[in-house]
Ligand binder design. Structure first.
Ligand code: NAD
Ligand code: UDX
Length: 469
């Protein structure tokens, strides 16, 4: 029993919010305070309109908020009271300085650690929840102990949830990984954290390792997952060139139990805040450890992903008779995957940037992404102000409006609702010949062709009516 145990989580984002809400749900006797420096974010967590969209999250938050789950900007107070402090702040790719474009930017992490060191008065277990480079625990430990005020045990406890299924993943994780130093105090801290998870996770799924293995496992897991997506996307290019069908190949290959069927869906390219960042982080680590060939091996995964986005754009340009200037393209979906409003590294951003470069007109519809987020992503990617971007882009309230008078429709996110659109109606509204570019292979291509569309689908035999020259 962990009656009276207090947890503080620094960072109320996509990881901190859902993870801590589930801990609060499963451990009613533990008090969980989630703190953030962003007042609007905390206000949103305390409102009916949570700052992130995640299926099932509302219900969990409503069950615990005000009972044993609290969202606050009182960072110092919560640090002081806590026995365990999770740090789930963002660790983006560095934009400037040594390692720019590859290494992880640990500024937010270090600031959080310095805050903990400054205000903590009693011994704390500090948990790395953010994804960090190997050996970060060592650096953080040095920062924490620098103040010399109290004892800290630093644990690595990477998070494996995927957005869109975060609550499911947290409820029944494949595994929980806890890395600690091998000394007695490290093992004790690891055990305390394992006991928290053991409230609902079977003990055999809680792996306790050394801290370096834990930190490295997170980067490797994401690199392997992304590598699978890039592999199937590479295969999709071979399929288009040869007349094979990528879904048939994925099925045949995935039935080998050593390979397995998951994560084999060809797409317009992976997005999300983690894959690219974590691979680049691993690439940078390999380079710094004098392993350039290993770095090159993993870097190919990102390069293949860039190629896949560009292949999609080229298919559209060639399909539309080698020019999209002034032509209207309806873009269905802007989030990096379905069931999330998150757009970080979404393929849609790069695709739109390329369309704008070609001076096309883009009509975007996404069921969950906030309008301001789209403007912010596109102004950033195109290095233009909003007024300039608005010369090329309009945001639409639904798919049918987006397709009105469009030359082509491109599916970029696999939202379920796109399968149920009345495509007869869409066809009537579009300019002829009407093109569909399915970047997620979610539509009924047979039906679309019967209606009269010229259809391109990733990794599928090419429509004879589609120009590829
Ligand atoms: P996020 O940007 O959504 O949230 C981070 C939050 O930390 C922000 O609200 C920010 O205001 C806050 N913050 C930053 N510095 C702070 C400080 N010093 N004090 C208090 N608050 C501070 O990021 P995220 O997506 O939740 O990711 C967090 C970490 O988890 C990253 O390292 C990421 O790689 C990792 N991760 C993310 C996912 C995912 O699906 N998003 C999955 C697994 C792991
Ligand atoms: C990923 C990891 O899955 C998760 O374990 C980690 O904690 C965070 O990073 P996330 O980025 O939220 O999670 O989503 P994920 O489902 O992994 O998808 C990432 C990207 O790959 C999405 O753009 C998705 O559409 C794409 N993808 C995934 C494919 O294109 N094909 C697939 O078969 C699977």
């Amino acid at each position: 029993c962990q009656d009276g145990l207090k947890i503080c989580c620094i960072g109320a984002g996509y990881v901190g919010g859902p993870t801590m809400s589930v801990i609060a749900l499963k451990c009613p006797e533990i008090t969980v305070n989630i703190v953030d420096i962003s007042e609007p974010r905390i206000a949103a967590w305390n409102s009916d309109n949570l700052p992130i969209y995640e299926p099932g999250l509302d219900k969990v938050v409503k069950a615990c908020r005000g009972r044993n789950l609290f969202f606050t900007t009182q960072v110092d107070q919560c640090i002081k009271e806590a026995d365990i402090i999770f740090v789930a702040v963002n660790t983006p790719t560095k934009k400037v300085g040594i390692g720019a474009g590859r290494a992880a930017d640990l500024t937010y992490w270090e600031l959080a650690a310095r805050r903990i060191a400054q205000v903590a008065e009693t011994p704390k277990i500090v948990v790395e929840k953010s994804t960090v480079p190997i050996k970060t625990a060592e650096a953080i430990s040095a920062v924490l102990h620098g103040a010399g005020k109290t004892q800290f045990s630093v644990l690595s406890n990477p998070e494996f949830l995927a957005e869109g299924t975060a609550i499911e993943d947290l409820d029944a994780p494949d595994r929980v990984l806890i890395g600690s130093t091998l000394c007695e105090e490290g093992s004790k801290a690891s055990q305390t954290l394992a006991d928290v998870y053991a409230h609902w996770v079977p003990r055999e799924k809680i792996l306790q390792t050394n801290v370096w293995s834990s930190e490295l496992s997170k980067l490797v897991a994401n690199s392997f997952l992304a590598q699978r997506v890039s592999s199937i996307n590479a295969v999709s290019a071979i399929c288009e060139a040869s007349g094979a069908d990528v879904d048939e190949v994925a099925r045949a290959v995935g039935m080998d139990t050593r390979i397995g069927p998951k994560f084999m869906k060809a797409s317009v390219g992976f997005g999300g805040s983690c894959f690219q960042k974590d691979i680049l982080n691993l690439v940078y680590l390999c380079e710094s450890m004098g392993l350039p060939e290993v770095a090159h091996y993993f870097h190919q995964v990102v390069q293949m992903n860039d190629l896949q986005k560009e292949r999609f754009v080229s298919r559209i340009i060639h399909g539309l008779f080698n020019t999209i200037t002034g032509k209207k393209i309806a873009l269905l979906g802007f989030a990096f995957k379905k069931d999330t409003g998150d757009t970080r590294e979404s393929a849609a951003i790069e695709i739109c940037r390329r369309f704008i470069e070609e001076k096309a007109q883009i009509a975007i519809y996404d069921p969950k992404v906030e309008e301001e987020q789209i403007w912010s992503d596109l102004t950033g990617a195109c290095q233009m102000d909003k007024i300039e971007v608005q010369k090329y882009v309009t945001l639409c309230p639904d798919a049918i409006t987006a397709c009105d008078n469009a030359h082509a429709m491109a599916v970029v996110t696999e939202w379920d609702e796109f399968k149920d659109i009345n495509y007869n109606k869409v066809f009537e509204k579009m300019i002829k010949p009407s093109f569909v570019f399915d970047g997620r292979n979610v539509l009924d291509h047979e039906l679309l062709r019967k209606i009269g569309f010229i259809v391109y689908a990733i990794g599928k035999p090419l429509d004879p009516k589609l120009s590829t020259a």
